[in-house]
Design a protein around this ligand. Structure first.
Ligand code: GRG
Length: 290
């Protein structure tokens, strides 16, 4: 999986409207966050599952871009003063610090809608087929929406200063973090026209690595530094939010990450092709340091 970052980044540029227009500042703001140096975890998952299901790589490109657009919008909105009010993202000033709150809010909105424009575009339909594009729109909308990522963010907001217990944290992380990761895994299968058993197994993989990803994020927030992470640390504590680390301690969290990673690897037994890459990627994410 060497090519996926290049493929995604080139296509993200191509899908972005031309900035030679009166609303140039909006396009520049969208582009600023799209090219700000994310790890491209979700596009990689789309490409990995597309390959595992023996799909055409080109068909995965619009799907990978759509998921990354939703992810990017969520980060822009998450950093806004009305949310986490963070000034730094990926080692650079947050979108609203550069473009102002109004434009940052609208850049997030425009990325959210662009994701669905891309998924239903002529290009996507030509590459993946109408049925797959329609299923992808439905899946991404569901996982990013009110009972998915946005719902998780609301649970996060209303749980501030409540000493939320582990069950609430689990539901919040499943929705806020794992849902979009799950959507990426499912979209990879859908882009390849895979059957429902494979889509279900991909969803299980996504749920497990998604929760592990969030626990690892909580661990890094506790043990890492602003310089290493490129974003502020310790804001959950300051905002009175429970995290896996505050509830369970670092050692238990590490054990949980390992267990969830193993569960993700086990779910790959539903596939008849070589799962080595996805196994390796789950292990790599569990050890990530940024
Ligand atoms: C819709 C406002 C709104 C928020 C949705 C996803 C989300 C909730 C908020 C973003 C902030 C956050 C801590 C999300 C949890 C998931 C997570 C750890 C995101 C960071 O993802 P990475 O590490 O980011 O893949 P990069 O920078 O590599 O793209």
């Amino acid at each position: 999986m060497k090519n996926y970052i290049e493929l995604t980044e080139k296509a993200l540029k191509d899908f972005l409207p031309n900035s030679d227009c009166r609303e140039k500042v909006l396009i520049d703001s969208m582009n600023y966050s799209l090219e700000a140096g994310g790890k491209r975890v979700r596009p990689r998952l789309v490409f990995e599952f597309n390959a595992l299901c023996k799909g055409k790589e080109e068909a995965a490109v619009p799907f990978a871009c759509a998921v990354e657009m939703i992810h990017t919008y969520s980060l822009i909105h998450d950093d806004l003063p009305c949310m986490d009010d963070d000034d730094l993202r990926r080692g650079k000033p947050s979108n609203h610090k550069v473009f102002g709150e109004d434009i940052a809010l609208l850049a997030g909105d425009a990325l959210l809608t662009l994701a669905f424009e891309v998924l239903s575009s002529e290009k996507a339909v030509k590459l993946a087929g109408e049925k797959a594009c329609c299923a992808a729109v439905n899946t991404l909308a569901k996982y990013a929406g009110a009972i998915g990522m946005v719902g998780g963010q609301v649970i996060d907001l209303i749980s501030e200063n409540t000493n939320a217990p582990i069950e609430v944290l689990r539901e919040m992380d499943s929705k806020k973090t794992a849902c979009l990761i799950k959507a990426a895994c499912k979209l990879g299968c859908i882009s390849a026209g895979a059957d429902s058993d494979k889509i279900k197994a991909a969803s299980l993989y996504g749920e497990s690595i998604g929760i592990a990803f969030q626990i690892q994020d909580d661990i890094l927030d506790a043990v890492s530094s602003v310089e290493e992470l490129g974003k502020p640390i310790g804001s959950d504590n300051e905002n009175g939010k429970s995290t896996y680390v505050s509830l369970l301690g670092i050692e238990k969290c590490k054990e949980l990450v390992d267990e969830l990673t193993q569960a993700a690897i086990d779910s790959l037994s539903a596939f008849d092709s070589d799962v080595a890459q996805l196994k390796e990627y789950a292990l790599q994410l569990a050890k990530r340091n940024k």
